[in-house]
Design a protein around this ligand. Structure first.
Ligand code: PMP
Length: 323
């Protein structure tokens, strides 16, 4: 669907997947005015195809759009586009356990011209999809993380809370550093002291102190994960106390050493819930618990996946039936 200033959204259409033809001077190529979302469609036990909280993605998309000076997409249009795509072929959604159809709505600035006379006056919103297996090859195997001391992902007033490509482009070098140091993922720290935990490359983080959860608060520099939000609700349902607050790497290290911090996990649409087993990048690093997935991590994972795949009740109405 296209947007033109003065006209609004027009020409919604369903087309066969294939290359786009764009002028080399299209503004998105030069000034990165673009943003995206990521969510999944699941095949439930009863055969229904559902999307998980698509209106939450639509709402976050528009929060990103406002930050990037782009037009908002009406939530109904956003969800209808997902529905139309999935309905073209319901067999597209895998039936293998733990598999799903990953959906990628995105928007690009399409005005042609090299002058930085922006924002663009025209945009295109599109949705593509791709069948997805488990995110990490090891399944629920704990991941190792690298605390990034050399790079910053987001600073106050920046675009950290928006799901725009520039955030990810700037993160590649730190992710490469993590891999070069034998770690799976980078953990971003605050911009000023490199001391407070923010999030991972594509996931939010939770710290488990026995039966108490702590997750970094949304200060504007990290993405408000929909999985994070769902887990805060599920934790309350399960009688687990959950706090949103700052957590420093010193607290992380010391609470691991004292045994008070028993589990750490990362969460996101792609990775679901993945335990964090070890940390590197500061003072030689440390391990969390015995390095194996802990009971709280597994309990929350089971609960969330149960709702997504329809094997557990959905008390919060998160599952949206597509067909
Ligand atoms: N942080 C970042 C930077 C991400 O890219 C993602 C994935 N969208 C998340 C956190 C987790 O968000 P969600 O639970 O909505 O997938």
């Amino acid at each position: 669907i296209d947007y033109t200033e003065g006209q609004g959204w027009h020409d919604g259409r369903l087309t066969a997947y294939g290359p786009l033809t764009l002028d080399p001077a299209t503004s998105v190529f030069h000034y990165a005015q673009e943003l995206f979302e990521g969510l999944k469609a699941y095949r439930q036990e009863n055969g229904s195809i559902v999307a998980f909280r698509p209106y939450a993605n639509a709402s976050r998309f528009n929060i990103s759009a406002r930050r990037m000076a782009m037009p908002e997409v009406p939530e109904e249009t956003f969800v209808e586009a997902l529905e139309l795509l999935v309905q073209t072929d319901r067999d597209w959604v895998p039936s293998t356990e733990g598999h799903s159809l990953y959906l990628r709505p995105f928007m690009i600035a399409t005005q042609v011209g090299l002058g930085v006379n922006y924002p663009s006056k025209s945009y295109r919103f599109m949705v593509i999809g791709s069948p997805a297996a488990a995110y990490f090859a090891g399944g629920v195997k704990p991941v190792s993380v690298w605390l990034s001391q050399d790079y910053t992902r987001a600073a106050p007033g920046g675009t950290g809370f928006a799901k725009c490509g520039g955030n990810y482009a700037a993160a590649f070098v730190a992710q490469r550093q993590a891999v070069e140091n034998g770690c799976d993922q980078v953990v971003w720290l605050d911009a000023f002291e490199h001391r407070y935990v923010e999030e991972m490359g594509g996931m939010n983080l939770f710290f488990v102190f026995g039966d108490r959860l702590v997750t970094p608060d949304l200060t504007g520099t990290l993405l408000a994960g929909i999985t994070r939000d769902s887990l805060l609700t599920l934790a309350a349902d399960l009688g687990l106390a959950a706090e949103e607050r700052k957590i420093s790497i010193d607290e992380w290290r010391e609470a691991c050493a004292s045994g008070e911090l028993t589990e750490v996990f990362a969460c996101g649409t792609a990775a679901v819930i993945t335990p964090v087993g070890s940390v590197k990048g500061v003072e030689g690093g440390w391990t969390i618990g015995d390095g194996a997935p802990g009971p709280v991590t597994l309990r929350l994972r089971d609960e969330l996946m149960g709702i997504q795949y329809g094997t557990r009740p959905d008390p919060h109405g998160w599952v949206h039936k597509i067909c």
